[in-house]
Ligand binder design. Sequence first.
Ligand code: PRP
Ligand code: URA
Length: 211
Amino acid sequence: MGKFQVVTHPLIQHKLTILRQTSTGTKDFRELVNEIAMLLGYEISRELSLEDVEIETPITKSIQKTLSGKKLAIVPILRAGIGMVDGILSLVPAAKVGHIGMYRDEETLQPVEYLVKLPEDIDQRQIFVVDPMLATGGSAILAIDSLKKRGASAANIKFVCLVAAPEGVKALQEAHPDIDVFTAALDEKLNDHGYIVPGLGDAGDRLFGTK
Ligand code: PRP
Ligand code: URA
């Protein structure tokens, strides 16, 4: 079973509280999503593997640590996932960025895929799938189906969100028990329209200022 972790760093909780408020406008919302994504990325990247490397300082030769293992791909689920990309890129600027375009049909709440553009060597990469919201779980499940279909290995996939509903976590873990899931908050429930309660509203609309 993959890992499920609520990342409860005080800075993350503080910023998330501001993010949730209706009075937070588009500019601050955008900045906060990136800042929280960066803090989440920092916590999650604790698990990256290291190897020894010999270097020369001005004083002597020395064995030090360097990142080893697989290169990283960040895969935002469009649109709202885009809001998290720069924050994570500020930690790992050389990461490649794939895109999975998906929207929820507002009546059925089912996700509809409209774009998949991934690095060619996606099967060789560690993958952070990013989307601020995990509500019913439909979008995340379909995005990860898409990645697996294209050769991504479950052991390399981490799903990273800001706010999750228990219903979405359960659905995602049932559909993909082999991936790791990280969130900044686990909220109470979904309402009748599939929105997370208390949540933060529609993440895409608030990030981009469009409906
Ligand atoms: C939102 C959000 C997730 C999805 C979560 O996107 O960004 O992708 O809903 O809901 P789910 O877990 O029930 O699938 P939306 O479909 O509103 O598209 P957008 O990002 O283009 O606004
Ligand atoms: N998508 C959002 O943007 N917000 C929710 O609360 C649920 C799905």
